[in-house]
Design a protein around this ligand. Structure first.
Ligand code: ADP
Ligand code: MG
Length: 694
């Protein structure tokens, strides 16, 4: 690898960012473009032509031959169609061209993207529109233009558009609230730093497992003799091969202008994490998608496969994506920064109250935003936050909120200094929020960390919910306070009233404890354990009216998203069940039979020479019994899948209640058989081999 001193030059070298624009665009064009970006106004076609031409010249200098409108359809996985810049001359030669029209608008055939019934396939036309707030970049010889995607009739078909709308909504309401505190600001943005967890396994092992290839997770596999009980992987030293992968990944991400910052080993063997420095939410979303793609691609170069599934291995920790979220003004003020004296920081307390109220009133939406077949394995298991949405605010904030609720005054305490008891080390100020790893939604000093999203998720959805819900609370607060006669007393009364009404959502205790679900039920909090439990909440009247009011989604758009979620869930489980059946029939059953045949032969041969073989005989009998059991499970699973209803109204519940237990039954017996037959018979790599490679 090159020297580190080159990093600043490397950083953003493949991005058409502001500094490149400034260099390559005429002054007036640059100014016009910046105005568009800042104020979200429409781009003048004349300006677009000049920008397109400069962008093309820059892209050619980076080796690009093609361009693509890069968008995030409702599946969440980015889509791209590449067009070359070539344009024919009369004399049989070509020139490289790119017009403003091509930059601003694209028309991909929309018919093959899921629309959740929004658009019949014959109405295939879809449009992509450039999002100038997210920079274009060059990757693999193509100029990528981040875009939004909508249908001919204007319904949005992607995740980007509603995200941008939700950011507008919260900006508008937060600016109103700030005005009450005497602050004029044009734009408030939400910021996100998504911490990405992933597994790296050997490509050779991966290739031998149909389940990993087709479903991203292992559907069979007995637990290895060693799990994660020794706690020796978390923050452990990074293996050289993995370190080489991480180093190359960092550099590739830096080239794309992605602020890759922290990397470490995670709790489970083979599990790692990469966190970027936070950025504006839509950019963080684009970057997270790119990050996941680069992880997969660079892993291959190092002989690894990167698994992003929420639960690649049963009995081993799964992977999440912590969504660190905050709100800040265009002057750089973080609105969730409590400062030294939070109790007297009324503006902070008001924004905090808005988040508390939003999370309580829209806990269902937050839960839906992280629902999937993959994430169901995590939420509520003893590793990820429970399926109950609650908030952790830390002792100091909790004490302040309690005082407010009781109408008492709270005196801010000086930050205590923590002495480490070693004289050469300086005392360090103690954080007022200790870490609570079990809370789904934790205040971590000047931001909230939402820990429920799964590792494969597109973070747009969660942030759409969060931004819009908080926008709604801020709207209500602004409405009330703008008309109050005495601002200070109205503000104090409002905070007190809302904390009283919504404090049930605050829980600083152990979210993994067995008492918590009981306590949560007493508080009336939802415990939506699975995706089918969560889906109906998507389109409840309360939630539809929230999104309608803030212009984020129409009712039809929400229904289509609910439909896609249901369909994806059922399809995922269908594929998993079919893959299991395939592996059972083609691999596991034949392997077990060949092992018992060899044993039976041994028994027969021994018998023919007059030697008893009771041990082998017992083994054959046991294997034969288990095999019969396995075949019965196989049949039950097949019957269950065949009887699955087609309608998305019924199928999620059916797959959850009927197919999953059938899959679990088959797995249990197959895993028991894995422990009974010799290694040479087992048709694919075991957990021990995959998780403890060298
Ligand atoms: P930890 O959660 O381990 O304490 P950090 O506090 O460094 O780690 O932050 C974790 C993530 O939160 C990083 O991606 C970081 O950039 C992001 N983050 C920090 N401040 C903010 C903020 N104001 N808004 C959004 N994300 C933030
Ligand atoms: Mg964190």
């Amino acid at each position: 690898m090159n020297t580190n001193s080159k990093v600043p030059e490397l950083f953003g070298s493949m991005v058409f960012n502001e500094s490149v624009m400034k260099d390559r665009l005429p002054k007036d064009i640059f100014r016009a473009l910046k105005k568009t970006i800042r104020e979200g106004t429409a781009l003048d076609p004349a300006v677009a032509n000049v920008v397109a031409s400069a962008m093309k010249d820059w892209a050619l200098s980076k080796g690009a031959t093609h361009f693509t409108h890069w968008f995030q359809p409702m599946t969440g996985v980015p889509a791209e169609k590449h067009d070359s810049f070539i344009s024919p001359n009369d004399d049989g030669t070509v020139i490289m061209e790119f017009s403003g029209k091509e930059l601003i608008k694209g028309e991909p055939d929309a018919s093959s993207f899921p629309s959740g019934g929004l658009r019949a396939t014959f109405e295939a036309r879809g449009y992509t529109a450039w999002d100038p707030t997210s920079y274009a970049f060059v990757k693999d010889g193509t100029l990528y233009i981040p875009t939004a995607f909508c249908s001919y009739t204007g319904e949005i078909l992607d995740k980007k558009t509603p995200l941008l709308r939700s950011m507008d909504a919260i900006s508008k309401q937060a600016c109103r609230v700030l005005r009450l505190f005497g602050k004029e600001c044009k734009r408030v943005t939400t910021t996100v730093g998504p911490e990405q967890e992933y597994f790296l396994i050997n490509e050779d092992d991966y290739k031998q497992r149909e389940d990993l290839i087709l479903t991203g997770r292992t559907l069979f596999g007995a637990l290895p003799p060693k799990g994660q009980e020794m706690d020796d992987h978390y923050f452990g030293s990074i293996r050289p091969r993995v370190a080489a992968f991480m180093a190359e990944l960092d550099r590739e991400l830096w080239k794309l202008g992605i602020l890759a910052k922290t990397k470490h080993n995670e709790v489970a063997p083979c599990q790692h994490e990469l966190a970027p420095i936070f950025s504006t939410t839509n950019i963080a979303t684009d970057h997270n998608q790119l990050m996941m793609e680069m992880m997969k691609r660079i892993a291959k170069k190092h002989g690894f496969v990167c698994l992003l599934h929420e639960k690649p291995f049963d009995g081993v920790n799964g992977s999440g994506k912590h969504n660190n979220w905050s709100i800040s003004t265009d002057t750089g003020e973080n609105l969730l920064e409590p400062g030294k004296t939070p109790a007297s920081n009324k503006q902070f307390l008001l924004f905090l109250t808005a988040v508390v109220k939003a999370v309580d009133e829209y806990q269902d939406l937050l839960r839906v935003s992280v629902a999937s077949a993959g994430n169901d394995h995590r939420l509520g298991a003893n590793e990820a936050p429970p399926a109950i949405v609650s908030m952790f605010v830390g002792d100091e904030i909790e004490a302040i909120l309690e005082a407010i609720e009781a109408g008492e005054t709270y005196t801010d305490v000086d930050k205590t200094m923590m002495s480490i008891g070693v004289s050469v080390l300086p005392p360090i100020p103690k954080d007022t929020t200790d870490r609570n790893r079990t809370s789904p939604f934790a205040f971590t000093g000047n931001k909230f960390e939402f820990r429920m999203p799964g590792s494969t998720f597109n973070i747009a959805c969660t942030n759409i919910m969060l931004n819009t819900a908080v926008a709604e609370e801020l709207r209500q607060f602004a409405d009330e306070l703008e008309t109050s006669k005495d601002f200070d007393s109205a503000l104090a009364a409002l905070i007190q009233r809302e904390i009283k009404a919504h404090k049930r959502i605050i829980f600083n205790g152990n979210g993994y404890g067995a008492e918590w679900p009981e306590e949560a039920a007493k508080r009336g909090l939802l415990n939506l354990k699975s995706t089918p439990d969560a889906i109906p909440y998507y389109t409840s009247d309360k939630n539809v009216s929230l999104f309608k009011r803030h212009g984020v989604y129409t009712k039809v758009e929400m229904e289509s998203r609910g439909e896609i979620l249901a369909e994806e869930y059922a399809k995922t489980l269908h594929i998993e069940a079919m893959t299991m059946l395939d592996m059972l029939k083609k691999q596991i059953v034949p392997a077990v039979i060949s092992c018992s045949k060899e044993l039976a032969d041994t028994v027969a041969v021994k018998k023919s020479i007059g030697v008893d073989a009771p041990a082998e005989l017992d083994l054959v009998k046991a294997l034969t019994g288990r095999t019969a059991e396995l075949l019965a499970h196989q049949k039950a699973l097949e019957d269950a899948v065949n009887a699955a209803p087609a309608s998305t109204q019924e199928s999620p519940r059916y797959y959850h209640d009927v197919v999953i237990p059938a899959m679990e039954g088959a797995r249990k017996t197959a895993d028991a058989l894995e422990m009974m037959v010799g290694e040479k018979y087992w048709p694919f790599p075991t957990y021990s081999k995959i998780l403890y490679y060298v």
